[in-house]
Design a protein around this ligand. Sequence first.
Ligand code: ATP
Ligand code: MG
Length: 576
Amino acid sequence: MRLSQGFWQTYKETPNDAEIPSHQLMMRAGLIHKTAGGLYTYLPMAFRSIKKIEKIVREELDRIGCYEVQMSVITPAELWKETGRWEAMGPQMLRIKDRAERELCVSPTNEETVTDVFRKTINSYKQLPVCLYQINTKFRDEIRPRFGLLRGREFTMKDAYSLHMDKDCLNVFYEKMYGAYVAIFKRMGLDFIVVEADGGAMAAGGAKTHEFQLVADIGEDTLVTVPATGYAANIEKAPTQRPGLKPQAASELTKFSTPNQKTCEEVAAAHGLDITHTLKALVMQVVRGEKTHYYMVMLLGDDQLNEIKFKNAMAADHARPAQAHELEKLGLIKGFMGPTVEAQGLSVVYDLTVDMNSSYVVGANVAEHHLKGFVPSRDTKGNVKSLDLRLAKEGDVMNGQPIVMKKGIEVGHVFQLGDKYTKSMGATVLNAQGKAITPLMGCYGIGTTRTLAAAIEQNHDQDGIIWPAAIAPYDVYFGVIAKAEETKKVAEEIYQMFLSAGIEVLYDDRGMGPGGMFKDADLMGLPCRVVLGERDFAASGEIEIKVRKTGETLKVQKNALVATLKEKLQSLGKWA
Ligand code: ATP
Ligand code: MG
């Protein structure tokens, strides 16, 4: 593309709402246009890159035998009502009505639509396994759309759905898809890790789920890795342990005064206690179907509750911290709550880290008082339940090995759904014996527009973007610094040479001075910059190539230009 005729422009100012480098750079480099909060127009440069990302995704999915389809973006409420997700999706689902007052939504995901396709088109085991995918628009009315394309409201996702007769077949295909994802992100030249993810209640049945995460400081996900073993999981699920805890000998249970000391930190500080010898109490409301129950969760004084682990362990539909009026109803006094409470509809559970035979300080359920010498196994009435409920943190270990925590951006997710959708939507398939069985599903997502933003987040410097070559909008930024017609003619020849050699080139023929041109070239960050400078060329016939990533520069003669560039682009992963 010739910039003199082009639509592209760069900006000096960074918009106020762009908080992170990728968002700032995408705005400044003229990649995207903000239409409204969380809604973006992909301008030509971004769109070229998105198409390259999509091409890699398509090639790898086609390679493992998936079929590409396109489902309707608007879907009817009836389908969602069959699975209960019309309610469960909550306000993130954008609901609309047509002129006949029929309820519809803008799809946030498409399990219901695809299960409807499956149940109406697949009757026999002979048609399985099968996997359909699409690259299509999704809408989620996110509470906090931010970071540009990283968390938009409208975004593009590749979503794939597979159907299987049995668990073995699902497992085999899951591994294939996992392999395809590894190939996809490798080809894109991204630095990613695969982590075990939270599978919700389904994971209890052994359903696997993994997330593909790009490591980046601004990532919204926290990842727990164990370098010694290669283990990696989202913090939502990581079962780590605390090293070096010292038990306290049991002593008599006694009440003591703790005026205004409402937190474990305050009690520990005021009485010279080790905080790990205190227990904090958190009350959670749990909803299962029509029923509501309350749980007091006991954790070491400096630990936090992992609400996702808790929700799964409780097989809850919803779980949330109890509110002030609920605590009051249960007869609890905030700041002084403890496990000796007896209230209708309230049970006590302990985090696994709490040593049931050690002695702790706990709330006394009396204002301004705590108890010391509380031994869970001795002083709790009835069954004592211990579950892994705490949030992993720095300093933890896993099987004795230290953990390292990282921040990540989730770009892909593979998930074994089991029979969740096929069962609730009544999809059946005849097996070899002619018996109708409920098939199993897997679903597999990649946020293609999020991947673009995440790639920039991972690959930039103070001057601009540093495109991974496989997904760069163009291969080469070709700039000309020339006054003489003769040099301009040479530039034109070089441009044509690039085109016929299949090198994708952004030709800066705007006649700008070197300062502005180099700034734009660095901001745009294409893998290679080629500059035809009149003086150098006249003196020695040399043309300069600069590699954006390494800063390496070399001078070559015109006839060596294409070959040298191809070599550079090859080594940068353009044809990975
Ligand atoms: P998150 O936890 O980041 O909200 P999610 O787990 O809800 O994402 P999935 O339902 O697993 O997302 O969707 C599959 C993929 O779609 C994600 O891995 C991500 O790449 C992409 N995605 C999800 N939400 C957004 C969004 N708001 N903007 C851009 N991409 C998104
Ligand atoms: Mg996910």
